[in-house]
Design a protein around this ligand. Structure first.
Ligand code: ADP
Ligand code: MG
Length: 307
């Protein structure tokens, strides 16, 4: 007897729906959640499609982990606390070995971000994965892209360009020593949504975005949403030691400016606010529009529809 859709849901997903905010989890026609009193619900969704996002060549646990962290990163950018996840999964066949590993990665990331899996959809077709995240903030305290003010400092968390270099390692385009390879590829396969930082920034930042498409591309969204210009000083970009050992400075800066998938937070901070731990000031908000930087990389950001 082959597996039904319901066998798969039961065996691989149904157990991941426990959490304080869950009134009804997997198994009914809809899930039901309770939010903390006086809070807003923040919702975001992200799709990964085979062929575009390296789904088939990565271990299934990494596919689940990175897709879910990428979605949770959007909540971090809003300053939201994750409350729950939904998963729409399309598979070419009911592959139990694949699903076993996938659900292990999903359980891990769900626990790490504190968001139970409360529902989804399971269908047959070319491999694709849509993760929807639900989060909460106090009703009048959340971050947007649109509040940057002239004179604010432009800041970023963590280090930049690691995931792009890690992807080059995975694709066999970059050879580095073993420990650098492990660090860089892990930055691609196992990103960390900066959830605690996002929540802390609610009290000080004037705007925020998470870095999924590359610094220059994502910074441009803050600039246009806020009606300001942003200046970036390439000499101040935070680069990891592993990235430093991997390529020449030009290539490193190109990855830091234009490489995607870092899932760090880019934010603007008024002059009188202290820089949070682990963050770097690398530019400022100016009158005008667009991004100015002392370097222009060859390729700026990823766009699904641009050729
Ligand atoms: P319906 O037909 O009413 O939309 P389904 O039969 O598709 O419901 O799903 C049954 C239950 O299993 C629902 O609670 C749904 O949210 C959940 N579910 C289905 N697929 C997944 C999945 N991949 N991950 C988590 N929950 C799932
Ligand atoms: Mg139904």
């Amino acid at each position: 007897m082959s597996d039904s859709e319901f066998d798969l849901i039961q065996d691989f997903f149904a157990g991941l729906d426990q959490g304080a905010s869950v009134r009804l989890g997997i198994g009914d026609d809809a899930a039901a959640l309770s939010l903390p009193e006086g809070h807003l619900l923040h919702i975001s969704t992200d799709t990964a499609v085979e062929g575009v996002h390296l789904l088939a060549s990565l271990p299934p646990a990494d596919v689940a982990y990175r897709s879910t962290m990428a979605a949770a990163s959007d909540l971090a950018a809003m300053g939201a606390t994750p409350e729950a996840l939904l998963l729409a999964l399309t598979l070419p066949e009911a592959d139990r070995v694949w699903l076993e590993d996938f659900s292990r990665g999903l359980a891990e990331v769900s626990r790490e971000i504190g968001a139970p899996l409360v529902g989804g959809d399971t269908t047959r077709g070319s491999l694709s994965l849509t993760v929807t995240v639900l989060g909460s903030t106090p009703a009048d305290r959340y971050l947007t892209r649109s509040g940057a003010k002239v004179g604010d400092r432009l800041c970023v968390s963590g280090t930049l360009g690691d995931a792009a270099a890690g992807l080059a390692v995975l694709n066999g385009e970059l050879a580095v020593d073993e420990s650098a390879a492990a660090f860089l590829t892990t930055r691609y396969t196992r990103p960390s949504a900066r959830l605690a930082l996002g929540q802390a920034l609610r009290d000080c930042a004037t705007s925020c975005i998470d870095l999924s498409d590359g610094l220059l591309a994502d910074a441009a969204h803050i600039a246009s949403a806020s009606g300001v210009g942003l200046e970036i000083d390439s000499a101040l970009l935070p680069l990891s030691k592993a990235l430093g050992s991997s390529a020449d400075l030009d290539q490193r800066l190109d990855w830091a400016l234009a490489g995607g998938d870092d899932y760090e937070l880019l934010f603007t901070l008024p002059d009188n606010m202290p820089l949070p731990n682990g963050c770097t000031e690398m530019g400022r908000v100016v009158a005008g529009s667009g991004i100015s930087c002392d370097r222009t990389p060859e390729r700026i950001g990823y766009d699904h529809f641009r050729r």
